[in-house]
Design a protein around this ligand. Structure first.
Ligand code: PLP
Length: 393
């Protein structure tokens, strides 16, 4: 499709007008009617196949607008929304039609709940699940040697901010016939269009950066029309839809995603540099720092900014010390999420990675001293000072 392709333009103009309607709203209304009707039975008949909006579980106005906007930002033909990021991850698994003995590879160091969900689904269906550190240099070869049917990576991993080389992984996955999905929640489609970097599906928890204001839970998967159509059809039956108000709030948040991501990236870089210069913290992890283990990959895959997530370790202490830190911050909020306008801090070992076993956390390198920061839109010096005053002397 030709036309504007810049996120700043797409975020404002994509998904503003419903197809097949003459009304021109400047802002689409929250469409709360769960069902409509038609004067003509032929029109009703066609609408039940999803050709118009008759029943919200089949096709709904606000979710459709959000799907159009996310597809535009991802550079995709289509997208499908869900009631949460986890529901989107579940739907992706289901869509693969995996059979006993099939292999699935996922990130060793990704979001703990995703790992727990896929472990559960694999155990139930007799699928072999392998977790690899996908940012390792030899990961594409090790993954390919397993010849999986399905590969799930995180574009920037939660919480360690490792960056797999997505184009390399995609080449290796496709060479062995694997379908490649990327959870791009940490970078957002504005900073990283994972489909252009080789993914077959681009997944987002829209609860995070896309919504950006922590007031609506949601998930979305984008890809080719051919890949998204079966997901849309499956959602009619499993009912994992996104509600109208959540879709409306998320689309409202998305309008400012490009400017927010630019600011979050600039602030996070400044905060990471301040932290790295302080002896009371160690192992400051930020893809934009030259010390980051995959900084060269990050420079190639994140041309518009390195994102708003930073992680670091306390130089001393363990869980108790991090818990005191979470109580001492004044501006930052100790909230177990990311992507808000406010700075958020969390202890991954007891939150994001809570559903991993202690052994899995150790394997991934998630220590008890690790802190994750979602850097907000406050003044970056204020954020850095708040974090540093909360670190023990
Ligand atoms: N993917 C990543 C990388 C996440 O960090 C999260 C949540 O923290 C999810 C998926 C799940 O999203 P949700 O909380 O919207 O279900």
């Amino acid at each position: 499709m030709s036309g504007p392709d810049k996120p700043e333009t797409l975020a404002i103009h994509a998904g503003t007008r419903l197809q097949g309607s003459r009304t021109v709203d400047l802002v689409a209304p929250v469409h709360l009617s769960a069902v409509g009707y038609f004067e003509s039975s032929e029109d009703l008949d066609a609408s039940l196949d999803g050709k118009d909006f008759v029943y919200a579980r089949i096709r709904a106005q606000n979710a459709s607008l959000l799907e159009e906007a996310v597809a535009a930002l991802e550079g995709a033909e289509a997208a499908v929304t869900y009631g949460s990021g986890m529901a989107a991850l579940r739907a992706l698994w289901d869509a693969q039609g995996l059979r006993p003995g099939d292999r699935v590879v996922m990130a060793l160091d990704g979001y703990g709940a995703t790992r727990a969900l896929y472990k559960q689904l694999a155990a139930r269906s007799g699928v072999e699940l392998h977790a690899l550190l996908l940012s390792d240099k030899d990961a594409p070869a090790r993954m390919a040697a397993l010849a999986p049917r399905f590969l799930l990576a995180e574009a920037i991993t939660n919480p360690l901010l490792n960056m797999p080389d997505l184009p390399e992984l995609a080449r290796a996955a496709h060479a062995v016939g694997a379908v490649f999905a990327v959870d791009g929640t940490f970078s957002s489609p504005v900073l990283q269009r994972t489909l252009q970097q080789g993914a077959d599906y681009a997944l987002q928890s829209s609860t995070k950066w896309i919504n950006g204001h922590s007031d609506a839970t949601g998930g979305v998967v984008a890809g080719s029309a051919e890949r998204i159509q079966p997901l849309l059809a499956a959602r009619v039956l499993d009912g994992a839809i996104l509600g109208p108000f959540e879709a409306w709030l998320t689309l409202r948040g998305l309008r400012t995603l490009p400017v927010r991501m630019a600011a979050h990236s600039a602030h996070a870089l400044a905060v990471a540099q301040r932290l790295a210069a302080d002896g009371r913290v160690t192992r400051v992890l930020y893809p934009g720092l030259p010390s980051h283990p995959q900084h060269a990959v990050a420079a190639r895959l994140l041309p518009r900014g390195y994102g708003g997530m930073v992680a670091f370790e306390m130089a001393h202490g363990g869980r108790a010390e991090v818990f005191r830190f979470l109580e001492r911050v004044k501006l930052a909020r100790p909230a177990p999420t990311l992507g808000d306008v406010a700075t958020l801090v969390m202890h991954p070992a007891s939150a994001a990675a809570r559903r991993m076993t202690a052994e899995e956390r150790a394997q991934a390198g998630i220590s008890e001293r690790l802190v994750r920061v979602s850097v907000g839109l406050e003044d970056p010096d204020d954020i850095a000072e708040d974090l540093l005053q909360a670190v023990a002397p």
